[in-house]
Design a protein around this ligand. Structure first.
Ligand code: NCD
Length: 311
């Protein structure tokens, strides 16, 4: 990734790049277990979190990651700034650049916004979620979590279950899993699937039928705000057919891994007890997120892999 300056989506990355990010993240995960969790790698660099959508875990995760690397961090959230005065994305970006920032972490409701920023700025751009389009650091942290639980991923089967249509997590996650040689299932009612076929992905409407085949059950948040669009008859019916509850978990392989990007709707896509079962890797995903974001910032902002800089 040394010559790459941005992380916009996972298809910018070769399998080798992904391997390098995952290995670097593993060394940072070790740093995060130490009593003093900070390294000087990005001292003197400035990272801006430019968030035009509400976010708790992703924003905090990027902030912690940059701070653990000793970078200076600025947080810009759309409501508390001149966006209210009607400033456009470009002007905001140019203002940040004029202040000499080195990296811009952007979340935006419009798909493609990070690609626009790339054209306007010298700084490294990291996509932290654009519309329904992409969320590459989520996909990478999910791979790291899967590897921690299962080891080699090639040939493993993952099912993404739920609102795939609206999910940037699923879009980037499916690409990342396919790049690792995994079998990918998309499990959802027809109204929550994209109209076009997703390349290399097997579509299933019957969750119960596929559970025993899966190594990973990746549950997606039901975006309740979308219910007005009338894409499912009722939450009760959705829950009945697609919720991962203890009965369904009982049909899964004993070593199955349950994942969810958060925020969870307990009692909708996932039952509360399943979210806390030993199979669930949901808090491990959050921990992996900090290590992955440290790795990506480190590699994009000129660090070399491994070596004393990480130690
Ligand atoms: C997701 C997002 O915002 O895309 N959450 C996250 O990044 N942790 C998933 C979601 O909102 O359902």
């Amino acid at each position: 990734m040394a010559e790459k300056r941005h992380l916009l989506d996972v298809d910018d990355l070769s399998r080798e790049d992904m391997g390098r990010i995952l290995d670097t993240a593993r060394s940072f995960a070790e740093v995060l277990k130490r009593p003093i969790k900070k390294v000087p790698s990005l001292r003197g660099k400035t990272v801006v979190n430019l968030f035009y959508e509400p976010s708790t875990r992703t924003r905090l995760s990027f902030e912690v990651a940059a701070k653990r690397l000793s970078a200076d961090v600025l947080n810009f959230s759309a409501t508390a700034s001149s966006v209210e005065k009607g400033e456009g994305l470009k002007d905001t970006a140019l203002t940040l650049e004029a202040m000499g920032v080195d990296a811009v972490v952007v979340r935006h409701p419009v798909a493609g916004a990070p690609w626009l920023l790339r054209q306007w700025l010298e700084a490294a751009i990291l996509n932290a979620g654009d519309g329904m389009h992409a969320h590459p650091t989520q996909a990478l942290l999910d791979l790291l979590t899967m590897q921690e639980r299962l080891g080699e991923l090639e040939g493993r089967t993952v099912a993404f279950v739920g609102d795939i249509l609206h999910s940037r997590v699923a879009r980037s996650g499916i690409k990342a899993c396919r790049a690792m040689g995994m079998q990918v299932l998309a499990v959802a009612p027809p109204t929550l699937l994209p109209a076009a076929e997703i390349e290399g992905v097997e579509v299933c409407y019957d969750f119960d039928a596929v559970i025993p085949r899966c190594d990973i059950l990746y549950m997606l948040r039901i975006q309740k705000e979308r219910q007005k669009e009338g894409r499912f008859p009722s939450l009760e019916e959705y829950t009945h057919l697609y919720q991962l509850d203890a009965r369904r978990l009982g049909k899964a392989r004993p070593e199955v891994v349950v994942m969810h990007p958060g925020p969870m709707n307990r009692g909708v896509e996932i039952a509360a007890d399943v979210a806390e079962a030993p199979h669930a890797a949901i808090t491990a995903q959050v921990t992996a997120g900090v290590a992955i974001r440290m790795a990506v910032l480190f590699l994009l902002l000129g660090g070399s892999e491994g070596g004393e800089k990480v130690a």
